[in-house]
Design a protein around this ligand. Structure first.
Ligand SMILES: Nc1ncnc2c1ncn2[C@@H]1O[C@H](COP(=O)(O)OP(=O)(O)OP(=O)(O)O)[C@@H](O)[C@H]1O
Ligand SMILES: [Mg+2]
Length: 291
């Protein structure tokens, strides 16, 4: 397979004029709330198969609030939340501080920093307004779950392979003042000067019963969102042992050195090429069965 960087060219003409059997999709799109679904929508129109989730699941998973409504309907635990579109709405009296304020349709922890975790109404509304203006989209406010940070990778290829759970431990990050997966933590990961040095444990430090329960929750999430081939579900295990799903990433980062998905695959004894092969083979198999 020769990877092609189509960059900013006219994608529609590109795909129309270059017969492709299969597109390995890692496109995050350009902008807007449906950006991860843009390229798959063009491919659907041209009837070109692609790896990973379909247009619908990609658009849905980028919307945290809609995803959480589906999780709730499926009895999958997810933090209690409220969506703000104007910034002057009444705060739902059921929500308990601390709360975390996030743009509803971003990724890579964009808009998530230390001041996103708020302990009173004044800082909440100030952060909600700031986020509304800056990101020009609705804002989601969630109960902040203290506990273990976990992420679960799933690879499908005829069978479902749930990879060893990855735990991200922030206990060495005290110097940074940050204690969760903020934008700075992701962007400057490993910078000891800044104190942004999370420790990765894969498999996570969990007992067997917790591991089984968390994998089950990740699989249910993958299925509830209708994901194909690959996904990564972010979870916080609360102090009272409830695995709260924060979100699902149907297009997880696949950087061989820096991304969390390959970390989990390596822990399962896979090589980078194996990850790519599994995704491709799964997509081929699915398309063969459907045609
Ligand atoms: N309700 C919450 N309780 C505790 N921590 C949270 C909560 N929501 C978000 N976080 C922290 O912020 C991080 C980023 O949040 P989230 O996964 O929702 O955003 P994202 O931008 O979609 O992330 P990604 O980089 O995985 O695409 C989480 O991994 C977690 O550390
Ligand atoms: Mg996340």
């Amino acid at each position: 397979m020769n990877p092609i960087d189509v960059g900013d060219c006219d994608l529609f003409s590109y795909f129309k004029n270059n017969q492709a059997d299969m597109v390995f999709n890692i496109a995050e799109g350009k902008c807007g709330k449906f950006r991860e679904a843009e390229i798959p929508a063009v491919l659907d129109y041209l009837k070109i198969p692609y790896t990973g989730s379909n247009t619908f699941s990609l658009a849905l998973a980028l919307n945290k609030a809609l995803t959480k409504k589906i999780l709730t309907a499926e009895n999958i635990p997810t933090p209690a939340f409220q969506v703000f579109t104007k910034g002057d709405e009444e705060l739902n009296s059921d929500l308990r501080f601390p709360l975390i304020v996030k743009p509803n349709c971003e990724g890579s922890a964009k808009g998530i920093n230390l001041s996103s975790v708020v302990n009173n109404k004044e800082s909440l509304f100030s952060k909600v307004k700031e986020t509304l203006v800056r990101y020009r989209q609705e804002v989601i406010v969630e109960e902040f779950i203290e506990g273990k940070e976990l992420t679960v990778g799933i690879l499908e290829n005829g069978r479902v392979n749930i990879l060893p759970i990855l735990e991200i431990d922030f206990s060495n990050c005290a110097k940074s003042g940050e204690y969760f997966y903020s934008w700075r933590m992701k962007e400057y990961q490993g910078d000891a000067e800044l104190g942004l040095v999370p420790t990765f444990h894969c498999p996570a430090r969990l007992d067997k019963e917790e591991e089984v329960r968390i994998k089950e929750v990740a699989l249910k999430t993958h299925q509830a969102l209708g994901c194909f081939d690959i996904s990564r579900t972010d979870i916080r295990l609360s102090k009272d042992n409830i695995p709260y799903v924060l979100e699902i990433n149907p297009l997880p980062g696949l950087n061989p050195r820096e991304s969390n998905f390959p970390r989990m695959a390596y822990a399962a004894g896979m090589k980078y090429e194996d990850i790519i092969d599994e995704i491709l083979m799964s997509a081929y198999r699915r398309n063969r069965e459907q045609s």
